[in-house]
Design a protein around this ligand. Structure first.
Ligand code: C2E
Ligand code: CA
Ligand code: CA
Length: 278
């Protein structure tokens, strides 16, 4: 397959050839990144809307590349998904996240940790077993773990998968529908998927203070979620006015640069020391 791939480059323009080579090199580097300890998690606080108390945080992956500096996930997650590298990387993220949340719990910070799970990871045969063994190894109570899944997933659900989801949910772990409102099957998704949380995609928040239509959509999403007994998180809160709006609409939780950017663990420790209240 490698030979065929190499020959295929002849048909590309020089610019595309370069892009393909760059991609190959990036893939090799990503493959080694875990062994080299270049992957890191940042944590972004999630706060209660009505009182600004920290209730949880989202783990966000960063790649500290030796020459490219810090590579944001937007630049390598899709490569990791296409190559299957997301399976070991995703498991690493889950394990690190659970161990870190356990440490915070031991320090008296009762937080939930939200972990992004890619569709490909989720569809692995042993997904449920991986989650269960990471929870028991780390000693993190399942109630403290939230798995964020994007909407596109539902198109490929199988009975086995739904069964696994129910088993995990029965243990107390929560699923969150990430980027809600951007997929094209949002509502039917909510009918079948046993999610306890819903996360409103940040593009809906951006103009919410100036655009009546966006405001109406956000309000409707929140009240819909509440009717379904789901907790709502708004992402991408950047201004006080957005926060005020979310308070008005009874949004449960929020996260965004207005409160904090994603932080490396030592800075998150400091943030917790300042902002965590029982
Ligand atoms: P996401 O799950 O929607 O994560 C939220 C993204 O919004 C993060 O970008 C975060 O830094 C950014 N963000 C948070 N608050 C604000 C704000 O107020 N304003 C703006 N402009 N942005 C804000 P990030 O860290 O670059 O991650 C991008 C995406 O990469 C994530 O989107 C998620 O889909 C994916 N990702 C990150 N970590 C992982 C991971 O461990 N596994 C998987 N499968 N995907 C991941
Ligand atoms: Ca997310
Ligand atoms: Ca998003």
């Amino acid at each position: 397959a490698k030979e065929a791939g190499r020959n295929a480059f002849r048909f590309f323009t020089p610019a595309m050839n370069l892009a393909a080579q760059d991609r190959l090199r990036l893939e090799g580097e990503l493959r080694r990144s875990m062994d080299l300890g270049e992957l890191m998690l940042y944590f972004q606080p999630i706060l209660a809307t009505n009182e600004r108390r920290v209730v949880g945080c989202e783990a966000l992956l960063r790649w500290c590349h030796p020459t490219r500096n810090i590579v944001p996930p937007g630049q390598f997650i899709s490569l990791a998904e296409e190559t299957g590298l997301i399976i070991p990387i995703g498991e690493w993220v889950l394990r690190q996240s659970c161990y870190q949340a356990r440490r915070w719990l031991d320090q008296g910070y009762d937080l939930h940790i939200s972990v992004n799970i890619s569709t490909r990871q989720f569809r692995e045969q042993d997904f449920r077993q991986v989650v269960e063994s990471v929870l028991s190894e780390s000693g993190l109570p399942p109630q403290s773990l939230v798995l964020e899944i994007t909407e596109s997933l539902v198109l490929e659900e199988t009975e086995q998968l739904m069964e696994d989801l129910k088993l995990l949910t029965a243990k107390g772990l929560r699923f969150s529908v990430d980027d809600f409102g951007t997929g094209y099957s949002s509502l039917s998704y909510l009918r079948r998927f046993p999610a306890k949380m819903l996360k409103i995609e940040r593009s809906f928040l951006q103009e919410v203070v100036h655009r009546r239509d966006d405001a109406a959509l956000v309000e409707a999403m929140i009240s819909l979620a509440h009717k379904l007994n789901m907790t709502v998180v708004a992402e991408g809160v950047e201004t006080l006015a957005q926060w005020d709006f979310l308070k008005e609409c009874d949004c449960d939780f929020m996260q965004g640069f207005y409160f904090s950017r994603p932080l490396p663990v030592t800075q998150m420790d400091a943030f917790l020391a300042d902002h965590f209240k029982e």
